[in-house]
Design a protein around this ligand. Structure first.
Ligand SMILES: Cc1ncc(COP(=O)(O)O)c(C=O)c1O
Length: 399
C-alpha cells in the first residue's frame, strides 16, 4: 500500500491489494463495476480492441463470462460445433437483446401464437411499435410456414418455443431450421423448458437459443437472468453483444454465480423433474375429475413422437384441465397445501399456476383460447420432491 497516504479518510477510501496466492476452487463473484489499467497505453489498446481485457462491468465481467462460456459449451455438448453465449439480466432481455440486435424496422418475424405470454406482448407491443412486425402462424404446419416465408420476403427470423408454455405443444426444430435457411432467415428457439440437457436446438440446426435461466438452469428460484447462445460467433460477439452493451441488458455477477451454482446439479435435477412429471401426468390422466392432461411424455399427447425425436426426455412441465372449468380450477388451487402457488417454473419444489390469470393475463383471450390456454387450464412445474407428497397433495385438493 502507498506509504505516502497521510489522511485516515484516504486510507479508508483506497482499494486494497488482492492478497490471493492460490487459485480459488470456486468461481469468485467479481463485484466490481470497472477494471483498472496498468497504464494509459493498456487502456487505449483494450478500448480499441487491439488487446483483450475487461474494462467496464456493463461490457463484460469475468464471473459472467465464465458462466456464459459454460452454457455455450453445454448448448453444443458432445459435438464439435462452436457457440458463443451472452448472459442477460432476464429471459425477456435475452429475447429483446437478440431480436433488437438483429432486426430493423420494416423487417418481420414469424412465430407461433402459443408463446410465453410476456414474449407475445414484447413482440406486439414493443417491437410492433418499432416497426418490426410479428406474423403469427401454426409452426407445426410446415406448408403454412413456407407459404408465409414465400409471401413475406421481409421475414428475417423464425422464433419458436418448444415445448410451448403451458400446453407442451412442440415444433419440429430440424424442419424449422431448414425452412429458415432456405428463405435466408435465422431461426431462434426459446429452450427454457428443456435446458441443453434435454434439447440442443443449435445441434438440430437452429441459429440461436435463448433461455430464461431464472428457471431450470438456476433451478433454485433465487435470481432473475437469461442467456442467448449463437453458432455465428462473430455475429454474437459484434451485433448482439453491441446491443447488450448499449442497451445495458447485461447480467450481474451475483446472478451469474447463482446460475453456475445451480447448474452443477442440472443433470440430477432434470432427471428427477422428468421422472416425477411422468408419474404425476400418469396419475392425473387416470383421475376422474381431470378432463385433459398436456404432457408430451404421455403417448396420448399429439407431439409425443416429435418430442422423442428431438428431446432426450420430456421435461418437468405439464398442464391439465379439470372437469367443471374455471370455478373448479380456482377451488382446486385454493386447496393446494404441499405444492406452492407461484408464478414461475423450474424450481426444485412443485409450483402451481393458473395461466389465464397470471402468465397469459395480457394475451388476447381469442389468441389464448385458439392455442389451448383455456380459463380452466392449470400448469404444474413438477419439482424434485418425493413424488408421493405431490400426488398426495393433488389427491386431497381434487377430492
Ligand atoms: C418460456 C419462457 N421464456 C421466457 C420467459 C421470461 O423469462 P424471465 O422471467 O427470466 O424474464 C419465461 C418466464 O416465465 C418463460 O416461461
Amino acid at each position: 500500500m502507498n506509504k505516502t497516504i497521510t489522511g485516515f479518510g484516504s486510507k479508508c477510501a483506497k482499494e486494497v491489494k488482492d492478497p490471493r496466492t492460490t487459485t480459488p476452487h470456486i468461481l469468485p463473484i467479481y463485484a466490481t463495476s470497472s477494471f483498472k489499467f496498468e497504464n494509459i497505453e493498456q487502456g487505449i489498446d483494450i478500448f480499441k480492441g487491439n488487446s483483450q481485457g475487461h474494462v467496464y462491468g456493463r461490457y463484460a465481467n469475468p464471473t459472467v463470462d465464465a458462466v456464459a462460456q459454460k452454457i455455450a459449451e453445454l448448448a453444443v455438448f458432445g459435438t464439435d460445433i462452436s457457440a458463443h453465449a451472452l448472459l442477460t439480466s432476464s429471459g425477456m432481455s435475452a429475447i429483446s437483446t437478440l431480436v433488437g440486435g438483429l432486426l430493423s424496422a420494416g423487417e418481420k418475424f414469424l412465430t407461433q401464437g402459443n408463446l410465453y405470454g410476456g414474449t407475445t406482448e414484447l413482440f406486439l407491443k414493443i417491437f410492433g411499435r418499432l416497426g418490426i412486425e410479428t406474423i403469427f402462424c401454426n409452426l407445426q404446419d410446415l406448408e403454412e410456414v413456407e407459404k408465409k416465408l414465400k409471401e413475406n420476403k421481409e421475414i428475417k427470423m423464425i422464433y419458436c418455443e418448444t415445448p410451448a408454455n403451458p400446453t407442451m405443444a412442440c415444433v419440429d426444430l430440424r424442419q424449422i431450421a431448414t425452412l429458415a435457411k432456405k428463405y435466408n432467415a435465422w431461426s431462434a428457439v426459446d429452450n427454457t423448458f428443456c435446458t441443453p440437457y434435454l434439447q440442443q436446438p443449435l445441434v438440430l440446426g437452429n441459429d440461436f437459443t435463448i433461455h430464461s435461466t431464472t428457471k431450470f438452469l438456476n433451478g433454485h428460484g433465487n435470481g432473475i437472468a437469461g442467456v442467448i447462445i449463437g453458432k455465428d460467433v462473430d455475429l454474437m460477439k459484434n451485433r448482439v453483444w453491441q446491443n447488450l452493451k448499449l442497451s445495458g441488458t447485461n447480467a450481474n455477477p451475483w446472478d451469474a454465480w447463482l446460475i453456475h451454482n445451480g447448474m452443477k446439479t442440472l443433470e440430477l435435477r432434470m432427471n428427477r423433474h422428468c421422472e416425477n412429471a411422468m408419474t404425476i401426468a400418469t396419475y392425473l390422466s387416470k383421475h376422474q375429475k381431470v378432463a385433459k392432461v398436456n404432457y408430451n411424455g404421455l403417448s396420448s399427447h399429439p407431439d409425443h413422437e416429435l418430442s422423442k425425436s428431438q428431446m432426450s426426455q420430456f421435461g418437468g412441465m405439464l398442464s391439465f384441465e379439470l372437469k367443471g372449468g374455471l370455478d373448479v380450477g380456482i377451488d382446486f388451487m385454493n386447496r393446494i397445501e404441499f405444492c406452492t402457488l407461484a408464478p414461475t417454473l423450474g424450481d426444485v419444489d412443485t409450483l402451481v399456476l393458473h395461466p389465464a390469470s397470471s402468465s397469459h393475463i395480457n394475451v388476447d383471450k381469442a389468441i389464448r383460447e385458439r392455442n389451448g390456454i383455456t380459463d380452466g387450464l392449470i400448469r404444474l412445474s413438477v419439482g424434485i420432491e418425493n413424488s408421493v407428497d405431490i400426488t398426495n397433495d393433488l389427491e386431497q385438493a381434487l377430492s
